[in-house]
Design a protein around this ligand. Structure first.
Ligand code: 4AD
Ligand code: MG
Length: 471
């Protein structure tokens, strides 16, 4: 820190201040929100938090302060304050430093009935005040971990010379071919233009054809990988699936790397390295937040994450996974047989009971996977892989892509998709096709995994799910 810097004039973030022993006995200014005020007659304690770290800074207000009586009468939990005072090593138990206030300014007070008083609120309730929940310990910690995971993502791919690519949010291609897309239109819903046969005439719509919010940037990513070698996207994706689960959102963020000259093994290696890199990054950089989750949200979280770093990720073929499930002697709700899509109960059994850690399952039956996945020589399976983790299930889904024009065309037709919409995608196979592979990681599921948060609605600032698009 430059010596000329005035710590009085310039506000210091609490996280920074707590890490800097040279500030002890200096005058400092902090700004933040009051978590509690405890009035002890001749002095009072303020607990202030500014979101830079999970712990508060304790402020001591002495009765000799100007306007002491008025201050302690008026400042409420939730108020925003500026404090200037001397940073001192604390005598009391858990605080390492505290501030002896010289000046207290209320920047914005809150009424006595402000909703976030010092008590535990349910996450369900906090979702109804999603604009205020960042003022709680849990949401502060979630957002700091989320931020670290985003930063680590860029760091990981940039260190490996992947190019960051922005793919469109509005699209006319259905990447997953599942038809779970939100329409984007400027037509008058009450009275849309119709063609001669009475159908809605999308030629008159904004884009001159049906358009949607993207479910994945993969197809566009492939175009750029087949020119620039290695790319990754990191953007919002949208799914109009009516899933009311703790793992599904209608709007979520996805990271999608795509590599030219890569096969399924390279893809699995990348997924494995990326996951471990992310975990290592948060273990090294979000210690306090992880300690918080470990104590209050998910017992054993840190040990679980550390364990992932120390053990190679298991890889089993879908066929092997089915055999394990068949021999499990567990009364699954969805009966197990070769050809089924793995349900969450099956994924949980594999990761939580059988392997007790992350598992990559590869080579799935072609019938249950998307059209773009590369057909294996057995003609029954495709070169797909899913990375499953305990507590969540599928965190990553990826595949080697079908690079053979004739095979790809046949699959698009067999799956009943409109081949005209994929003409540009087929061009990538007509002109200089190459083996390539990639995957998508659901960012919110990653945040859940790293924090132990149970519900995906609580790891994104403003969650969108069926019947909910508030704030
Ligand atoms: O498995 P998915 O559908 O794969 C794709 O979209 C491919 N195009 C990715 C690729 O190969 N480039 O989705 C990828 C991941 C899932 O593994 C899951 O983690 C997450 O996205 N995901 C969701 N996360 C939250 N809410 C939802 N509704 C999600 N659907 C998928
Ligand atoms: Mg998937």
């Amino acid at each position: 820190m430059p010596e000329t810097r005035s710590t009085t004039q310039k506000r210091i973030k609490i996280g920074e201040l707590k890490k800097d022993p040279s500030l002890i006995d200096q005058e400092v200014t902090v700004k933040g929100w009051v978590r509690t005020l405890r009035n002890q007659k001749s002095f009072a304690f303020l607990e202030v938090n500014d979101g830079s770290t999970v712990s508060n800074i304790q402020i001591i207000l002495n009765s000799t302060l100007p306007c002491y009586e008025e201050l302690v009468q008026t400042i409420q939990t939730g108020a925003c304050v500026r404090i200037t005072g001397i940073l001192v090593a604390s005598l009391g138990g858990k605080q390492s430093v505290e501030i002896q206030a010289k000046e207290v300014e209320t920047l914005g007070n809150a009424p006595a009935d402000f909703v976030l008083q010092k008590k535990r609120h349910s996450f369900e309730f906090l979702r109804t005040i999603a604009h205020l929940r960042p003022r709680t310990n849990t949401f502060g910690a979630v957002m700091r971990v989320r931020n670290s995971l985003a930063f680590a993502t860029h760091k990981f791919f940039q260190e490996r010379s992947f190019l960051y690519l922005n793919t469109p949010i509005i699209t006319s291609s259905d990447c997953e071919g599942a038809g779970e897309m939100f329409a984007v239109s400027t037509l008058n819903l009450e009275n849309p233009p119709r063609d001669d046969s009475g159908k809605i005439d999308y030629r008159e719509d904004f884009f001159g054809k049906k358009a949607f919010l993207t479910v994945s940037g993969q197809l566009n990513g492939e175009a750029y990988a087949l020119a620039l070698s290695d790319v990754y996207t990191f953007g919002p994706t949208f799914r109009a699936e009516n899933s009311n689960t703790t793992r599904h959102l209608a709007e979520f963020w996805m990271i999608e790397p795509e590599m030219a000259f890569a096969d399924l093994r390279d893809d699995m290696d990348l997924a494995d390295d990326y996951l471990k890199y992310l975990i290592e990054y948060v273990l090294n950089n979000n210690n306090e937040d992880l300690e918080f989750f470990n104590s209050f949200i998910s017992n054993g979280l840190i040990e679980k994450l550390s364990h992932v770093l120390e053990t190679p990720t298991v890889r089993v073929s879908y066929t092997e996974a089915i055999t394990i499930l068949e021999n499990a002697n567990v009364p699954f709700i969805f009966p197990v047989k070769w050809g089924i899509d793995l349900q969450s109960e099956h994924e949980r059994f594999l990761t939580e009971v059988h392997f007790k850690g992350p598992v990559i399952v590869y080579n799935y039956p072609k019938e249950i996977k998307s059209f773009y996945m590369r057909r294996n020589s057995d003609e029954r399976t495709v070169a797909a892989m899913d990375l499953l983790v305990p507590g969540i299930g599928e965190l990553i889904g990826g595949s080697q892509r079908e690079e053979r024009l004739d095979v790809l065309e046949a699959t698009i037709l067999a799956q009943g998709l409109d081949i005209e919409n994929y003409d540009w995608y087929l061009d990538l196979r007509r002109y200089g096709s190459a083996p390539h592979a990639g995957f998508g990681l659901g960012f919110e599921r990653l945040v859940q995994y790293a924090t132990g948060m149970e519900n995906i609605r609580d790891v994104i600032p403003f969650p969108r799910y069926p019947q909910h698009a508030l704030f």
